[in-house]
Ligand binder design. Structure first.
Ligand SMILES: Nc1ccn([C@@H]2O[C@H](COP(=O)(O)OP(=O)(O)OP(=O)(O)O)[C@@H](O)[C@H]2O)c(=O)n1
Ligand SMILES: C[C@](O)(CO)[C@H](O)COP(=O)(O)O
Length: 230
C-alpha cells in the first residue's frame, strides 16, 4: 500500500476566536498541529506526510518540527478553501509522479486527537477498495431542523445519518478527478459522491474532535491527557 497523507493546515480558524490560526495554538506544550502530524508520522504504512500551509504562513518556521522525522514536509500551497488547499497538494503529488491507484489520506490539521487504532482500522477496511472511504460517526442524538426563527421546523429521522470525520482516504486518481470537477465541497467524500461513487463509511472515534469553536482547545487538551493516562 503506497499512502501519502495530506494535512490541510491553511485555514485561519475564524470560529475559534483565537488570536492566531488554531493549528498553531498551544496544546499540551506544543503547537496543535504537532500533535496531528505526530499521529500521522507514526504508522510505517504512511510513507509521507505533506502539510499544506497557507502561501504566506509565517508560523511554521517559528517552531521546531524535527522530532517528527523526515516523513513530514511542509508545502506552502494553501488555497482560499479547504478543498482548494487539498487540490493544490494533489497537484504537487501529480507532478511528483503519483500513480492512479496510490492512496491519499487527508486529515484535518484541526483534529489532533486521532487515535492510531482508528487510522489502522480505516486502512484495513479499505484494503483493496477501488474508491476509498472515511471515518464517520453514526448520529446518536435526535436531530432537529431549525426554521429562520431558531424554532424547530421538523425532527429529522436519524436512521442512516453519519457525521463525517477525517481521515478520509481515497485512490489518487479518484480524488483528484472528483475534486477538480466538484471543488465546492466541504470534505473529500462529498466530491467523490458528486462524481457518482460511494465512499465506504468506517465507524470513527467520538474523541476525534475537530477544534472549531472557543472551548474546543481545552477539550482537546483534556482528551490528550486522558489518552496519555490510558
Ligand atoms: N483555506 C483553507 C481552509 C481550511 N483549511 C484547513 O481545513 C481544516 C478544517 O477546516 P476548519 O476547521 O473549518 O478550519 P478553518 O477554516 O481554519 O476554521 P474557520 O472556518 O473557523 O475559519 C483545518 O485544518 C484548516 O486549517 C485549509 O487547509 N485551507
Ligand atoms: C472535513 C470535515 O472535518 C468533516 O467533518 C469538516 O467538514 C471540515 O470542516 P468545515 O467546517 O466543514 O470546513
Amino acid at each position: 500500500m503506497r499512502v501519502t497523507a495530506i494535512v490541510p493546515a491553511a485555514g485561519v480558524g475564524r470560529r475559534s476566536g483565537l488570536a492566531l490560526p488554531k493549528q498553531y495554538a498551544e496544546l499540551a506544550g506544543r503547537p496543535l498541529l504537532w500533535h496531528t502530524l505526530a499521529r500521522l508520522a507514526e504508522p510505517a504504512w504512511i510513507g509521507r506526510v505533506l502539510v499544506a500551509l497557507a502561501v504566506d504562513d509565517a508560523h511554521w518556521r517559528r517552531h521546531d518540527w524535527s522530532d517528527l522525522g523526515p516523513k513530514v514536509e511542509p508545502l506552502f500551497c494553501g488555497g482560499p478553501t479547504r478543498s482548494a488547499t487539498v487540490g493544490n497538494a494533489l497537484r504537487v503529488l501529480a507532478a511528483r509522479g503519483a500513480r492512479p491507484d496510490d492512496w491519499v489520506l487527508v486529515h484535518d490539521a484541526a483534529r489532533p486527537c486521532l487515535r492510531g487504532e482508528y487510522l489502522t482500522q480505516l486502512a484495513e477496511v479499505l484494503g483493496h477498495d477501488e474508491v476509498g472511504g472515511l471515518l464517520a460517526l453514526p448520529v446518536a442524538d435526535t436531530v432537529k431542523r431549525a426554521d429562520i426563527r431558531g424554532r424547530v421546523a421538523a425532527t429529522v429521522p436519524r436512521e442512516g445519518l453519519w457525521l463525517a470525520q477525517t481521515p478520509q482516504m481515497f485512490r489518487f486518481a479518484v480524488l483528484r478527478t472528483a475534486l477538480e470537477r466538484h471543488p465546492e465541497v466541504t470534505d473529500e467524500a462529498s466530491a467523490v459522491e458528486a462524481a457518482g461513487l460511494a465512499p465506504k463509511l468506517v465507524e470513527g472515534d467520538p474523541l476525534n474532535l475537530k477544534v472549531t469553536r472557543p472551548g474546543d482547545l481545552a477539550l482537546a487538551a483534556a482528551i490528550l491527557r486522558l489518552q496519555e493516562e490510558a
